[in-house]
Design a protein around this ligand. Structure first.
Ligand SMILES: C[S@@+](CC[C@H](N)C(=O)[O-])C[C@H]1O[C@@H](n2cnc3c(N)ncnc32)[C@H](O)[C@@H]1O
Length: 333
């Protein structure tokens, strides 16, 4: 073995084995609220540490590492400023990705600790760690549930691209099934003034969504319907939207949701599914996260096609959205 030569294979292993550095460094800076403090201007690690009541040298080491990854800017040694990436970590901003960093650093990080057991047993790692499914956990932890909704919505710039990617003007109503806080529905209603929305999700999720829709002045055009998509979905919609819902569930569970949409849709209606498709690089990672935190999976185009065929839909078109997300357009077969 030649120890002096950079072995690209060893470098790969080094990079992959140390992936936790990134998740936890980002988590620490987000949890401490560094980006919010830096929005007042450039500050030293000492000044930040004093306000945050943390150890200055240790904070400095976390921040200089994050700078090396492109999160925050090191103006000079020990002096930090926000950059385009760290601005996404500010709390309480529209589209903040802070809750995403916290979710991955807390619950998801803990769940991933049981990935080996999940691969061995076929159980979901989240269930092994927390003793219940992700959605049961959220139902019992409302502050974390709201944070989960914000994490889902945060940085989801692809929602903004949906109204452009597909012409919704022929349709009068959209039912957003498992719509969370309405992050997909809001840009659609804003772009198409004739469109009426139905946001369908668990009752506790809808309470928070109502506030968001109100803030956007869209409350009057959007009905909030609580329910369980495994039992039924609101009937009579022209478009049924399933955004990042199917990837949470097994094929059998997806078929139940899709068949309920098929039963509810008006003749000539359309189904729109937003998901990443395997084998995109982001989809492959997200697929493992689904394995860890749910019983679901990311799917190939062929697998999505089969789910649609087996539930009475025919896949018609696949539109590209940012961040590797696809809009799969289908109609009743
Ligand atoms: C991964 S989130 C996606 C949220 C949103 N569509 C988006 O793309 O940001 C899945 C959503 O499904 C909802 N959900 C889970 N189980 C449900 C059920 N049985 N009936 C209705 N909604 C459910 C959750 O509350 C959550 O809002």
């Amino acid at each position: 073995m030649n120890w002096g030569i950079d072995d690209s294979g060893a470098h790969t292993i080094q990079q992959v084995a140390t992936g936790l550095y990134r998740t936890q460094a980002l988590y620490v800076a987000t949890k401490l609220g560094v980006a919010d403090l830096l929005s007042q201007g450039t500050q030293s690690a000492e000044a930040l540490a004093l306000q945050l009541k943390v150890h200055p040298d240790r904070l400095n080491r976390v921040l200089r590492y994050l700078c090396s990854l492109g999160v925050f800017e090191q103006v000079e040694a020990g002096l930090y400023a926000n950059n385009a990436a760290s601005l996404h970590l500010k709390a309480n901003e529209q589209g903040s990705m802070g809750d995403l960093a916290l979710l991955f650093g807390e619950e998801f990080y803990q769940a991933w600790g049981s990935l080996l057991e999940a691969v061995r047993t076929g159980r979901d790692a989240f269930g092994i760690e927390f003793g219940c499914s992700l959605f049961e956990y959220l139902e019992d932890n409302q502050p974390r549930a709201r944070a989960f909704d914000r994490a889902m919505a945060g940085g989801s710039t692809f929602f903004e691209a949906v109204p452009e990617a597909y012409d919704f003007s022929p349709f009068q109503s959209v039912v957003d099934v498992g719509g969370g806080n309405g992050a997909a529905l809001i840009p659609l209603l804003a772009q198409y003034p004739r469109l009426k929305g139905v946001l369908f999700d668990a009752a506790s999720v809808l309470e928070a969504a109502a506030r968001d829709l109100d803030r956007q002045g869209l409350a009057e055009r959007c009905q909030l319907v609580p329910g369980d998509f495994f039992k039924s979905v609101p009937a009579g919609g022209a478009v049924y939207l399933l955004s990042r819902v199917l990837h949470d569930w097994t094929d059998e569970q997806c078929l139940r949701i899709l068949r309920n949409c098929r039963e509810a849709i008006v003749p000539g209606g359309k189904l729109k599914v937003l998901e990443r498709l395997v084998p995109g690089p982001l989809a492959l990672g997200a697929d493992l996260n689904m394995l860890a935190v749910t019983q679901g999976r990311e799917r190939t185009r062929e697998e999505m096609d089969a789910l649609m065929r087996n539930s009475g839909f025919a896949l018609e078109q696949v539109h590209e959205l940012p961040l590797e997300v696809k809009l799969l357009a289908a109609g009743p077969a």
